[in-house]
Design a protein around this ligand. Structure first.
Ligand SMILES: NC(=O)c1ccc[n+]([C@@H]2O[C@H](COP(=O)([O-])OP(=O)(O)OC[C@H]3O[C@@H](n4cnc5c(N)ncnc54)[C@H](OP(=O)(O)O)[C@@H]3O)[C@@H](O)[C@H]2O)c1
Length: 312
């Protein structure tokens, strides 16, 4: 299977995706519009939304902004966040996402979380029927373990559902679990990967080292996810390297994630228009093998799946 989503969709596919999770939340409508325009001016065509973001405001704003150029964009949404609520809920969510986005079809539809072994077939049958009804072009899964992707892929084939063509895992300099199984699997199986949280929810901007505020001081889930001291030390070390090479740490962090051969496009995001430029500068970073190795050394390389450390 090819990982070329552009060829599959017949559309231009940018090297970065933009996530609208903050639209209608921390970013009001004018701020969201400004960020959408910045993303478009930088050539971004991939826009990542979800049914659950900001109670629907994110999809509604994206639908409004993208209406006049919808055919040039890859509009992406997700259904079925945990806990899984059954087939009727999935169908209702997708119907509502399409209405908010003002489209008959999204380009990529993700199952947002693994529905559970017992409910996997039901969820895939629902995806099959939504696909046949034209609700989406390509199927993706997000936050799945590698074995769950392969299990779902096999069940999808048996049930006549479309294949899984894109994954959306978390991946950044301090969250590297995807390197162990997911990214090698994606390369081997020809599955594209749009990775989320390239800045570790803002940790890798370096702002928390100087007492800054943001998602990590406001959201307990992110505070816990990025709580370990070594992660904060890695963010400080990243800022030092960034200063040395004359790039913002955000640009280095996004470029680092994008450099892994398994990654098709990291999904950048911001809560204010003024934050955008630093991550967008990722496309200007000259990621030499030396710089990539230096950045990779800022955090522990995860152990191989076989646990044969001496052979890694
Ligand atoms: N599939 C999933 O389960 C899942 C989960 C999460 C995200 N996503 C997708 O991935 C996208 C990106 O994820 P993410 O938002 O976690 O990405 P991220 O790049 O790790 O974090 C972005 C956040 O960092 C902070 N930030 C960014 N630039 C900054 C700057 N220059 N200075 C200071 N702070 C800055 C902002 O938060 P504050 O200002 O609040 O600190 C911003 O919202 C989302 O929009 C969504 O589409 C998917």
């Amino acid at each position: 299977m090819s990982r070329d989503l552009g060829a599959k969709l017949g559309k231009a596919v940018s090297a970065l995706a933009f996530g609208v999770m903050q639209f209608g939340g921390k970013a009001d409508a004018p701020a969201s519009r400004a960020m959408y325009d910045q993303a478009r001016a930088a050539g971004i065509t991939l826009f990542d939304a979800a049914y659950i973001y900001t109670d629907g405001a994110a999809e509604t704003l994206l639908g409004e902004f993208s209406q006049s150029e919808r055919d040039n964009l890859v509009l992406i949404s997700k259904c079925g966040y945990a806990p899984y609520q059954g087939r009727a809920a999935l169908e209702a969510q997708v119907r509502e996402s399409l209405r908010r986005l003002r489209v008959d079809q999204v380009d990529i539809l993700y199952l947002h979380r693994y529905p559970g072994d017992d409910l996997l077939d039901e969820a895939l049958e629902c995806m099959r029927d939504l696909y046949r009804a034209g609700a989406f072009a390509l199927l993706g899964v997000s936050n799945f373990a590698a074995w769950q992707v392969m299990k779902a892929q096999a069940r999808a084939a048996d049930l006549g559902a479309p294949p899984i063509e894109v994954l959306q895992p978390m991946y950044n300099l301090v969250k590297r679990q995807a390197e162990v199984e997911l990214l090698p699997m994606a390369l081997a199986e020809g599955i594209a990967v749009h990775s989320y949280s390239p800045l570790g929810g803002g940790l890798l901007t370096g702002k928390y080292a100087s007492g800054g505020a943001g998602r990590l001081t406001e959201d307990d889930r992110y505070a816990a996810r990025y709580g370990p001291t070594w992660m904060h030390e890695a963010a400080v070390a990243l800022a030092t390297v960034a200063k040395e090479v004359g790039q913002p740490p955000e640009a280095l962090a996004v470029a680092w994630a994008a450099t892994h051969p398994g990654i098709s496009a990291p999904i950048i995001s911001a809560s204010r228009p003024g934050q955008m430029a630093a991550a967008l500068a990722a496309t200007e970073v000259e990621m030499t093998p030396q710089l990539y190795a230096r950045l990779s050394a800022l955090s522990p390389t995860p152990a191989p799946a076989t646990d044969r450390l001496e052979e890694a």
